[in-house]
Design a protein around this ligand. Structure first.
Ligand code: ACO
Length: 401
């Protein structure tokens, strides 16, 4: 048979850590989070201060460059992004070819990959300057792609960027402006979007970010690495949770709003149902982002005068679950996505676009982590395994099987 002891001699000891629950994959200077106490810092700054005082463009700069920008640095960064506030016209043909029913995350991932073909110079970058340049390019173009996936699902014409606006306003306008209509920026909506994007901007080695780093560790270019990150984020156990939360709340509502029934269902191990938006791999205390976003959800529904049944159900669910031993023992608290969907819905963003919004927010994190990995010269990612398959055996011809 296969001599496992020999294998061990060749490779040394292998740590088996399914899901990498306790394995550090890299050294990083970008984000620190303490899951036991529920704290999150971008480059040393507490998320509460950042969410209250900063804006998304500044946060992108902070994550990418490590420091808050001076006025001059901010202006240069903003200008660098605005220089690329367009997407090759040919990309529209690719969008045209998708059926309207295509999931926006599939469209976004494909379009991000397709960007490589239209911007080949941004692919093979090795110097810090070229990386920063590619980053500004991707930041600008990704906002188009995100807005355009929305326009596609609605069967609407595609809007171009407007450099008189800031990054979030520009995205908002590209997403919602109707043809031949005056478009007014609603500051309440823009503020809410800004906050949501900030709160999603980085979260150390989560599944999609690890994917971006893993793909990039083969020296694959930035755009292709980020496209892989979009695919990873799509999954319902990761970014797809924000869509799953609203779908769950709607289901509970349609079923008469019996919250306790669904809490019981989530506890039943025979049942595959989980309370979406509850639990986190690292936070075993309240998710600090969820606290900020919960308040923002209240404020926005108030400001827009919306009475959302889903939010009522969410509040009841939170109350029932947080008093239940099952959730208490397992330290399952609402995560950021428990509330983000409620805000997106109030802003008129369709459910299947929620994860695209998350992707737009996470983009600076992905880029910063990709850049950090390349500049530090991390080796190619290549985990090992513990083999438990068949022992050595001889091939059997098909007619004899
Ligand atoms: N509902 C019911 N039970 C749950 C839930 C939940 N949402 N989450 C975890 N549990 C239970 C598990 O069944 C397990 O119970 P057991 O010990 O009796 O077997 C225990 O809690 C530990 O759960 P794991 O799955 O081992 O925890 P893990 O760290 O692997 O998973 C995850 C974390 C994926 C977030 C999980 O809690 C989950 O599926 N949550 C729902 C989906 C979700 O909200 N995802 C968003 C994550 S945040 C983000 O990506 C921004």
């Amino acid at each position: 048979g296969i001599d496992i002891s020999k294998l061990r001699d060749q490779t040394g000891l292998i740590t088996l850590d399914l899901g990498y629950k306790n394995t550090g994959a890299t050294l990083s200077e970008i984000t620190y989070l303490d899951g036991d106490v529920g704290e999150l810092y971008y480059r040393g700054y507490p998320i509460e201060q950042i969410a209250e005082k900063s804006n998304f463009t500044e946060v992108m700069y902070l994550l990418l460059h490590g420091e808050l920008p001076t006025q001059e640095q901010f202006a240069k960064f903003d200008e660098g992004i605005k220089k690329y506030n367009y997407v090759a016209e040919e990309m529209k043909k690719i969008i045209d070819a998708f059926p309207r029913s295509a999931h926006p995350m599939g469209v976004l991932s494909s379009l991000t990959s397709a960007l490589v073909a239209f911007n080949p110079k941004a692919v093979d970058v090795t110097s810090k300057e070229d990386m920063d340049h590619a980053a500004e390019m991707l930041i600008a173009k990704f906002a188009h792609l995100a807005a355009w996936t929305y326009r596609k699902t609605k069967g609407l014409s595609l809007n171009h960027g407007d450099n008189s606006l800031n990054y979030v306003e520009n995205f908002y306008r590209m997403t919602f402006k109707m043809p031949n209509q005056q478009f007014e920026i609603n500051p309440v909506v823009v503020d809410a979007l800004d906050k949501l994007l900030i709160l999603h901007a980085d979260h150390e080695q989560n599944c999609s970010t690890s994917t971006v780093r893993m793909v990039g560790s083969a020296h694959t270019g930035l755009f292709a690495s980020v496209s892989a990150g979009v695919s990873a984020l799509w999954g319902p156990l990761h970014g797809g949770a924000n869509q799953a939360v609203i779908e769950m709340l709607e289901m509970i509502e349609a079923d008469g709003g019996d919250v306790a029934k669904y809490v019981a269902k989530a506890k039943n191990k025979e049942d595959n149902f989980r309370l979406m938006g509850f639990g986190h791999r690292v936070y075993k205390n309240f998710d600090p982002r969820a606290k900020i976003i919960k308040k923002a959800a209240d404020d926005i529904l108030d400001a827009l005068g919306i009475d959302d049944k889903a939010l009522d159900i969410a509040m009841q669910l939170e109350r029932v679950a947080l008093e239940d031993d099952y959730f208490v023992e397992r330290k399952l608290y609402p995560n950021v996505d428990f509330y983000s969907g409620i805000i997106y819905r109030a802003l008129g963003i369709p459910t299947e676009m929620f994860t695209v919004m998350f992707a737009l927010g996470r983009l600076p994190g992905w880029i910063s982590q990709w850049k950090e990995m390349r500049l530090k010269g991390d080796p190619i990612g290549r985990p090992r395994q513990v083999y438990q398959g068949a022992q050595k055996r001889d091939y059997v011809a098909m007619e004899n099987r």
